[in-house]
Write a protein that binds this ligand. Structure first.
Ligand code: HEC
Ligand code: HEC
Length: 436
């Protein structure tokens, strides 16, 4: 779709968003930085830093541990953000490993700030072949799995803060195994565009590069800007868009598929209507009592969470703060990996959480075939973790089955309704095969 001139105009002439950006920027920066210093799970090396540098480290912590979830992929038994988790790309042995982001001199992140920016903005991999100097690698392929296509939209100020935080971490010695990706058909990097062109409307990026910029948030929303929002609500929508589209990446998990087949754009007709399947890593299954989950339909006009009669910010907030379906009785724990995302979001400042809600609430609804009800997560079972009355435990997949049903949607993720009872997915289930 062509860029819409009327939207470009809204963006530049929206005085309430623009003038308040500066003020809110300053007080917001201080509050986020303070919170960030409180929520860092590891002690920081800040004794040699100036006050201003320390504040920047705090802001970085707020992003890494609150609004984004770097630890979900980069933390491992070796330590916080010390890398070493494998991500298998196919059945042919292609694999990448999350990197050690700590400043350990031998095994940690060796990027300068400039290289860090280039890695996040363009996907360039500066060290893809560092671990195997004897093997000839013609061309180092871009970073994969790492969600830099989202993080690239963060402002300079916020990327600098993340870098400063990573530099202040306690170093962890942890050798990350070499990737196997150099023969994949991937480019070296993708140039950072001067327009936001991932969504249904192209927009110019604002020139200012401040922290948690509402201006930037308006520019990087994949769908058209709702017309009925004014002043405070628009500001909150814009700030929420900034976080949801450059940090927390609701789209990555709640849109299926999340991008168009050539990956050039976000799949806006299905935006936030759920349906992505997640396999729970086997060691976590007995801990979480879950086997696999489907992302919720958030924005479907008929089946979306944000259109349920009980929808309110208070309900959303309680779900996030308790990491449970607080609106059910008894409340089930949230499914994987939303439990981790919610665990981080529970630590963000109230106005920021409210902004995320306002943004998602304001996004236009999804209608038509993409608006489907989604299955609940499949529950893990064993001799010590029984199922509900009337159910049994599938020996093959360790999930509860046998619930009475009329249709697949009443059964848990990837199960089918066979002759009135929910059955575990078979070995060739396409649903299980699609799981991330
Ligand atoms: C979905 C998992 C995932 C998340 C979330 C994630 N990363 Fe990554 N990251 C990876 C993987 C995997 C790699 C290695 C990719 C490769 O080898 O192609 C990587 C690589 C990197 C690199 C390159 C490091 C180097 O030494 O070259 C940086 C920098 C980085 N990540 C920073 C971050 C930051 C900062 C965040 C949070 C804002 C984050 N990542 C969130 C999976 C993730
Ligand atoms: C890493 C993947 C992931 C990310 C990122 C993510 N979600 Fe989720 N979300 C899920 C999954 C999976 C579920 C289903 C959990 C369950 O079944 O209990 C879910 C459930 C939810 C629910 C509960 C809905 C209900 O029906 O009770 C809400 C609300 C929600 N997500 C909002 C968001 C918002 C807003 C964002 C972005 C700020 C977001 N999620 C980011 C994976 C994710």
């Amino acid at each position: 779709m062509k860029s819409s001139p009327s939207e470009a105009l809204t963006l530049d002439s929206n005085s309430s968003v623009q003038t308040e950006d500066a003020e809110a920027g300053e007080s917001g920066f201080r509050a986020r930085s303070q919170r960030g210093l409180e929520i860092s799970p590891v002690p920081l090396q800040t004794s040699e830093l100036t006050h201003e540098q320390r504040m920047r480290v705090g802001l970085g912590s707020y992003i890494v541990n609150g609004t984004a979830d770097c630890g979900g992929c980069h933390s491992s038994p070796a330590g916080f953000l010390s890398g070493g988790n494998p991500f298998f790309l196919d059945r042919a042995g292609h694999v990448v490993w999350s990197r050690n982001l700590t400043p350990d001199a031998k095994t940690g992140m060796a990027l300068t700030e400039g290289q860090f920016f280039e890695a996040i903005r363009t996907g360039r991999d500066f060290h893809g072949d560092r671990h195997r100097p004897h093997r000839e690698v013609e061309q180092v392929k871009m970073l994969v799995v790492m969600p830099w296509l989202i993080f690239r939209w963060m402002s300079d100020e916020d990327l600098k803060a993340i870098y400063a935080y990573l530099r202040a971490l306690p170093p962890v010695y942890n050798v990350v195994p070499p990737d196997n990706k150099s023969d994949l058909p991937l480019p070296e990097s993708i140039r950072f565009p001067d327009l936001y062109n991932d969504g249904e409307v192209d927009r110019r990026l604002p020139r200012e590069q401040g922290s948690f910029s509402a201006q930037r948030g308006l520019a990087i929303a994949p769908r058209a800007q709702p017309e009925d929002l004014e002043d405070d609500e628009l500001r909150s929508y814009a700030l929420g868009s900034y976080m949801a589209n450059s940090m927390t990446a609701c789209n990555e998990c709640h849109t299926n598929p999340d991008r168009t087949p050539d990956s050039a754009k976000i799949n806006t007709p299905a935006y936030l209507s759920g349906g992505t399947v997640f396999g729970v890593p086997p060691p976590l299954q007995p801990v979480l009592h879950q086997v696999r989950a489907t992302s919720a339909n958030l924005k479907g006009a008929t089946h979306g969470f944000f259109y349920e009669p009980g929808d309110s910010y208070a309900r959303f907030r309680q779900i996030i703060r308790t990491q449970s379906h607080a609106d059910e009785s008894p409340p089930r724990p949230l499914g994987f990996p939303m439990n981790l995302i919610a665990g981080n979001l529970a630590k963000v400042l109230e106005p920021d959480l409210k902004a995320i809600y306002t943004y998602v609430k304001g996004v236009p609804p999804v209608t038509g075939p993409n608006d489907q009800p989604r299955q609940a997560y499949a529950r893990f079972c064993s001799t010590t973790a029984p199922c509900h009355a009337g159910e049994s435990c599938s020996a093959a997949t360790h999930e509860c089955v046998g619930k009475a049903c009329k249709a697949d949607v009443e059964c848990d993720t990837c199960q089918t309704c066979n002759a009135g009872a929910c059955a575990a997915p078979g070995a060739n289930s396409a649903c299980v095969g699609s799981a991330r």
